[in-house]
Unconditional design. Structure first.
Length: 547
């Protein structure tokens, strides 16, 4: 009971604090607010967007008290009906619109995400409601000198809308940019941000220069020059997206409102409306650019995740081949021992020719088992690493096939590459050597492997060059063709296109060149990047979400 009463008391205390804070902010802004730049409208909408629903009643109460005092003084001038209409807190009038945009239109689809389309609908709807209520007060006024006209309605609407663009943009931009960080971290990021420096060094001086120049001109010339205030905003929007419009858009709108007089003049309203329309268009364009960039980033992350999965699958396949190769070697050793024992027991019952045939058959079986295990995963690779497999295992197979072989390993950082890259290097070398042997019928093969690092990312370059060859090289003196060499290397029936596809899994590429005296295959591989796709918000094409 005591805890419930304490929580309720704290809630009421917060309600009073919110009402007083809003009333003080309203009273502080009210003297600088007028019909053509209604700063109080921007304050209302900003509070409704950023403050939870449970404090909305406190906001209405906080505005009702100072508003009633100012309207009470106008009862004798405008009449009771007008005073009654104007005494309705405008923040209460806009609450249904803001609630509809927040709940039904998804103004905030996720934390630190804003739907720009819903935000602009909210701003336009609230401005229109406030303009209609204000115009209704003018229509019902008893002052004979008060003549309500459509120009006055347009002026009040544009004045509220430009004030919203002035005061709502930066708080929402701050909400998105904060992202759980402290103010000190945000200040340090702003100091090193190119957007901040471009806005400070280029956009802001340009806006001030245009504003000062228009102030020295006449009304019509100044209004025309003020319409060019959106150009610096457009430049930043094209360069940085919606954030460029958010940084400089309110400044451009503020310059127009400061320079214009608060009179129902069509020229003044036209200048304000043009700048407001231009800034709104830039917001939409910037949001669209940001949405497309985010969609492309999500697509890139999805592709990276798929590549990472394929790399892991290849790695697991190589691990299984290594285990199978080791098991085959053990089986081969057991078979050799078993055959030796059997021959030792039955050799006295066999003729010399039969014993020789059985010995040859046992030796052939043992070599086939070891050759199969070697083609799956060389012993030198398991025991002494990739360089030994490239030099010894491939060199022995080519030497038995009557093909001269040279292996050159240069550079540094090869040992620091990820295991999937090592496995890809060996398999690509085997496939390339098989291609050179079968297609070019070379009698000399040179392998060059070079490692390095560029911009913090390690890479490996492979070049397999086959020279010589001809009809005599298609069948080696030792009786092994190119197909036999490929089988002993564990290479399949791959083509240069399949080698290129395997290289693309590691963000690499392949180049094949055939000359008169041989064939060269060059492959570039990059270190494996194991990227994971986090739980991200996927924007639809029709939504203008900004983050």
């Amino acid at each position: 009971m005591g805890k419930a009463w304490g929580a309720r008391r704290r809630e009421w205390l917060w309600q009073v604090v919110v009402a007083l804070a809003y009333a003080l902010a309203y009273c502080a802004i009210r003297p600088f607010s007028d019909a053509h730049w209604s700063l109080t409208s921007g304050l209302r909408l900003a509070c409704l967007l950023l403050i939870p629903y449970r404090f909305w009643l406190a906001l209405a109460v906080g505005e009702a008290a100072p508003l009633a005092y100012s309207v009470f003084k106008c009862v004798g001038l405008y009449g009771v009906v007008t005073a009654s209409i104007w005494s309705i807190p405008p923040i209460a009038v806009a609450m249904p619109v803001v609630w509809f945009c927040r709940q039904r239109l998804g103004l905030f689809p996720a934390q630190r995400v804003i739907d720009m389309k819903a935000l602009l609908i909210c701003a336009l709807g609230s401005s229109l409601l406030w303009a209609v209520v204000t115009y209704a007060g003018f229509v019902t006024a008893t002052d004979p000198h008060m003549h309500a006209s459509p120009i006055m309605l347009a002026g009040v609407f544009v004045g509220s809308y430009v004030a919203i663009l002035t005061m709502v943009t930066w708080p929402l931009f701050f909400r998105i940019a904060r992202n759980g960080r402290s103010l000190r971290e945000m200040a340090l990021e702003a100091v090193h941000s190119t957007l901040a420096w471009d806005a400070l060094l280029y956009a802001l001086p340009a806006l001030l220069a245009i504003a000062v120049a228009s102030a020295w001109m006449g009304a019509e010339s100044g209004a025309i020059l003020q319409m060019s205030l959106f150009l610096p905003v457009a430049w930043l929007t094209l360069k940085y997206g919606w954030r460029g419009a958010a940084v400089t858009g309110p400044i451009a709108v503020g310059c127009v409102c400061v320079l214009t007089l608060s009179v129902p003049d069509p020229i003044v309203i036209q200048a304000q409306f043009f700048v407001a329309f231009a800034v709104t268009f830039l917001f939409l364009m910037g949001a669209r650019i940001a949405s497309q960039i985010h969609a492309q980033e999500q697509e890139r992350l999805t592709v990276d995740k798929a590549l990472s999965v394929v790399q892991q699958v290849l790695h697991q396949g190589e691990v299984r081949l290594r285990q199978t190769s080791a098991a085959l070697e053990m089986v081969g050793g057991n078979v050799s021992l078993s055959q030796g024992r059997v021959l030792q027991k039955v050799q006295r019952f066999l003729s010399p020719d039969e014993r020789a045939a059985l010995n040859r058959e046992a030796s052939t079986t043992k070599h086939r088992i070891y050759g199969l295990a070697e083609s799956m995963h060389p012993v030198a690779w398991r025991e002494r690493g990739l360089p030994a497999a490239l030099r010894e295992s491939i060199g022995r197979i080519l030497d038995e096939g009557g093909i001269a072989y040279e292996c050159i390993i240069q550079g540094r950082g090869l040992s620091q590459l990820a295991p999937p890259v090592h496995q890809a290097i060996y398999r690509i070398v085997c496939e390339s050597v098989a291609q050179v042997c079968t297609q070019a019928a070379s009698d000399r093969i040179t392998l060059t492997l070079r490692g390095g690092e560029t911009q913090g990312r390690r890479w490996a370059a492979i070049r397999v060059t086959g020279t010589g060859g001809g009809q005599a090289a298609r069948q080696s003196p030792r009786g092994q063709s190119g197909a036999d060499v490929a089988a002993r290397l564990g290479a399949g029936t791959s083509t240069p296109s399949s080698i290129a596809a395997q290289a693309e899994l590691f963000d690499g590429l392949m180049h094949a060149r055939r000359g008169k005296h041989g064939m060269t295959l060059s492959v570039m591989l990059y270190d494996a990047q194991h990227l994971t796709l986090g739980k991200q918000m996927q924007p639809r094409a029709a939504q203008l979400w900004v983050r």
